[in-house]
Design a protein around this ligand. Structure first.
Ligand code: UTP
Length: 289
């Protein structure tokens, strides 16, 4: 029997330099898409995929994250007393159940692979998901849920992928594909940020992964890769051949909120998808377009 995926890691220890000075005192992952922080969207996606345990790899100046997912009993009481039921429900929805969230720190941001490695004791010997909150994905079925469904079919390791224009391959981890049925691609290699002329395909990895715990054996070696960082892609590449490894073309749209224009686009896409504000936002946009 395949072990189910019940744990998620959110690596949120990065410096967020592209959003400075906004991210000097506020974590990038707490910037809101309308009224919910990016990280809360990520937690909700994980919940919808059946995740029960939430591991956050944070760093200095990230304390707001712990407060956000905690219960604020004083605020709850005040909202209750003032009859603000809608706001109370929203706030309650942001809480993670007692004993189900775990925090560890990456003291120095040495790269995504290193951040994930910092969660090793909390993951133990279980398969787990990784969600990068700056990739916001909108779709009928949440992206991670689609991945868990694919995992139930093929097991092993799964990364979510999108096709990118060839000239952009040097910004992403790229798949070397052995077989492709249009939905699931069997992977025979991974390359981090290849030059367009050297890229083995244009299928790029986005910030959603399901991995087996053996990834920690490779991360343990702390080898530096592209940008002199400890890259998750390099460690994942070493799993290939020993365990199944697939790329899933998920159904939905990915927005890169690590980029300023991408963040604005995600905000608009989210607002236009909300029945409580879509019409007003559409009308407002007409003024500018
Ligand atoms: P990014 O590459 O977007 O880096 O990280 P960043 O520091 O957040 O932002 P910029 O590029 O300086 O503007 C992708 C994800 O990986 C996490 C980040 O927090 C983000 O969620 N990360 C990255 C870590 O947790 N630790 C690291 O050492 C690097």
């Amino acid at each position: 029997m395949r072990k189910p995926v019940r744990k998620v890691v959110f690596p949120v220890a990065g410096l967020g330099t592209r959003f400075l000075p906004a991210t000097k005192a506020i974590p990038k992952e707490m910037l809101p898409l309308v009224d919910r922080p990016l990280l809360q969207h990520a937690v909700e996606e994980a919940r919808a995929a059946g995740i029960e345990d939430f591991v956050f790899v944070t760093g200095r100046s990230k304390r707001a994250i712990e407060d956000h997912f905690d219960a604020d009993t004083e605020l709850n009481r005040t909202l209750e007393e003032r009859g603000k039921q809608d706001a109370l429900e929203e706030v309650r929805h942001s809480e993670i159940a007692p004993g189900r969230c775990f925090y560890t720190r990456q003291q120095v941001p040495l790269g995504l692979g290193h951040a994930v490695w910092c969660a090793r004791a909390l993951i133990g010997n279980d398969p787990f998901a990784i969600v990068l909150p700056d990739d916001y994905v909108q779709g009928k079925t949440p992206c991670l849920k689609q991945m868990v469904e694919a995992y139930e079919e093929v097991g092993g390791n799964i990364v979510a992928v999108v096709d990118v224009p060839r000239e952009r391959t040097s910004s992403y981890g790229i798949l070397d594909v052995e077989k492709d049925d249009g939905r699931l691609a069997t992977v025979r290699g991974l390359v981090e940020k290849p030059k367009p002329e050297e890229a083995p395909s244009t299928l790029s990895i986005i910030g959603r992964y399901i991995l087996q715990p053996e990834i920690f054996d490779h991360l343990e070696k702390q080898q530096r890769g592209a940008g002199n960082e400890i890259q998750l892609t390099d460690a994942m590449a070493k799993l290939i051949g020993n365990q199944p490894f697939h790329g899933l073309r998920f159904e939905g749209t990915r927005y890169d909120c690590g980029d300023k224009v991408g963040f604005i686009e995600a905000t608009l896409a989210h607002a236009l998808n909300r029945p409580d504000m879509a019409d007003k936002v559409r009308e407002m946009l007409r003024k500018y377009c």
